[in-house]
Design a protein. Sequence first.
Length: 289
Amino acid sequence: MSTVLELKNLSFVYGAGTPFEKKAVDDVSLSIEQGELIGIIGHTGSGKSTLVQMLNGLIKPAQGQVLLDGRDIWEQPKKIRDIRFRVGMVFQYPEYQLFEETVYKDIAFGAANKGLTGDELDQAVRRAADFTGLRPELLEKSPFDLSGGEKRRAAIAGVIAMDPEVLILDEPTAGLDPMGRELLLSQIINYHKEKGNTVLLVSHSMEDIARVADRVLVMNRSRLFMLDRTREVFAHGDELEKIGLRVPQVTKIMQALRAQGIDLPDSVLTVDEAFDTLSSLLKREGKIW
Ligand code: ADP
């Protein structure tokens, strides 16, 4: 494995030198390996959005460095725009940024700015639409004629079409209905599997994070609180609760049963896993066959 992103003593201050000065990210150091899917969690205001905005050069650190493939992204400030093609960012409610006449043009916008033309651009648009589950016939429609979920997918496709090495998604499923959430999440999983590139997913949904993340980064009060394998992080339910977070419901139930002395692992992440664990326990005890 090779390191794709390295953060060195990264800090960011809003309103520096004013009475409203706020250190939103404080001395964060960590490394992310190529191909990892990292979940980012933390209470509102803990610094998640500020942190990820520094990773694609949207805002400049007050202190510290962001290394992409070993090079400081601010090494040549004039070329910071190129970093935004390499580290693709999908903001919260990205559908508000759709503005072209057709969905096709909207998806093509970033990739065309990156320099793609002709067939190459066309393929990038169609593949990105496919990754996000947008039917080809929607491409010629106006983005304003799409449903909420489809608009969201079109906006995500616009970033995927740029073929970024790192894809950052800030609350991608927020505001979608359960079906829409499920669909989008499985598309993100597929994209990550097929492309094998690095994905950072900021989410309030512990269930989503537990399902998809290899490792989880926990922010608390502008600082890095924890970064570990997903199972390890969710085994620390008490510590997470102290900073206003929770573990997935199913993890909590299993932890409560374990506290009653039942022989169960300390971190069960999904309903399917809980089902398997409980069935094998009941079989072992001869309660079911
Ligand atoms: P999160 O994404 O975890 O909710 P943010 O990175 O948005 O956290 O915010 C971190 C801190 O920085 C919060 O205290 C927030 O109020 C403050 N903050 C965020 N954006 C701004 C801004 N544009 N101006 C001033 N303060 C901000």
